[in-house]
Design a protein around this ligand. Structure first.
Ligand SMILES: [Zn+2]
Length: 373
């Protein structure tokens, strides 16, 4: 008779029981990770381990999480603060659908005898209040204010947002944790990764085990329209390396060295999750890296390093394209609804009506083409 398998927490080594087992997300849920395990960590360790690093990773990736409307279990409805090209703070809500200034901005520049004043306010009332203040401090006269109010216009606010293209070091322990989580969940081999626990706890500098890695061409095929999180485990005794390749939103790639003197059986296992369709997806490849390869990438001259950066930009742009397509699709839906909405429900569609609807929709496409030019 087969005995029931025992599982242990890889952090504190306590046996996992019905009472102390916990639901550990292998990839952070805050970035849409859905893979989880009850057989790797106890409740206490789960609640204590690396919270700050997890939060940092979630924050650094939140631009993409929000843009892609990635579904999380817990809806943490935070709005993002980003800067626009003028250095003003922008509050981004609802996957970039709503952008507004965080606070009004006033720029004063002396221009000869005169003073150039530029004001961005969120509405007319706010503008009026700001101007009133300037009258009080004698920067403006009431006459100036009247003139300004006359000229003030309301414009739709369309800032160009800057994408995040780096993850901060504070988040690195969280990346190591994800790698270890996945390895333990797949192989229940705690001794091999035990030495990594202090890195996850933030007691040791992750520079020993975590390597940034860029590719000019990825070692796997990327399916159009997919934006993936991936964990790829690869181990080979010839390269003596057992590592986890961590990919976030198809943009950021890190290598976590699990064992730098690997003597075991070959390991090749990949988990890929498409954040666009919210489903697991198939990917298989093999990439035999050595520690020398990783060091070489890390110590390459800066001029060489920058040649990799356009490829990261390109991958980040893919996310923005998907966001744009979704926005356009929503807008088109609205145009269609509006076009049909002009006519009462159930009315007979004459050629004239159809022509009119067609016109409305064509206008939308012409607008789209003009915009892309
Ligand atoms: Zn534990």
């Amino acid at each position: 008779m087969e005995e029931e398998r025992k599982y242990y927490c890889y952090v504190c080594d306590n046996e996992l029981t019905e009472k102390n087992k916990s639901d550990e997300h292998i990839i952070l849920n805050a970035i849409g990770g859905h893979l989880h395990s009850y057989t790797i960590m106890c409740k206490d360790c789960n609640s204590r381990l690396g919270e700050a690093a997890d939060a940092k990773l979630a924050e650094d990736l939140s631009f993409y999480t929000d843009m892609l409307c990635v579904k999380k279990n817990r809806q943490n409805r935070h709005c993002q603060i980003m800067t626009n090209e003028d250095g003003q703070d922008i509050v981004v809500e609802g996957a970039g659908k709503k952008l507004k200034l965080r606070c009004p901005y006033v720029k004063k520049e002396p221009d000869g005898k005169n003073m150039n004043i530029q004001i961005s306010a969120r509405d007319m009332n706010e503008l009026r209040g700001l101007l009133r203040g300037m009258v009080k401090e004698n920067t403006l006269t009431q006459k100036d204010v009247d003139k300004i109010m006359e000229k003030a216009t309301i414009t739709e606010y369309k800032p160009r947002l800057k994408k995040t293209t780096t993850i901060s070091e504070l988040a690195f322990p969280s990346i190591v944790k994800s790698a270890v989580n996945y390895y333990v969940d797949c192989f229940y081999d705690i001794p091999t990764i035990k030495h990594l626990v202090p890195y996850i706890k933030g007691e040791k500098d992750t520079i020993d085990v975590l390597y940034l890695h860029h590719f000019k061409e990825l070692p796997y095929e990327v399916i159009k329209g997919q934006i993936t999180h991936m964990i790829h485990l690869e181990g080979d005794k010839n390269t003596r390396l057992l590592y986890a390749m961590m990919e976030y939103y198809g943009i950021f790639i890190y290598i976590v060295v699990l064992d730098s003197n690997y003597q075991g059986d070959p390991v090749n296992k990949t988990y890929t999750y498409d954040t666009v369709s919210a489903t697991e997806t198939e990917r298989s490849f093999s990439l035999l890296l050595t520690l020398e390869d990783l060091d070489k990438f890390r110590t390459q001259p800066y001029e060489e390093y920058v040649t990799y950066l356009p490829y990261i930009e390109q991958r980040a742009d893919e996310v923005m394209k998907i966001w744009q397509v979704r926005q356009d699709r929503e807008k088109l839906q609205q145009v269609v609804n509006n076009a049909f909405g002009k006519y009462p429900e159930g009315c007979v569609l004459t050629d004239e009506i159809l022509k009119d609807i067609e016109n409305d929709i064509m206008k939308f496409f012409e607008w789209g083409i003009a915009k892309s030019i």
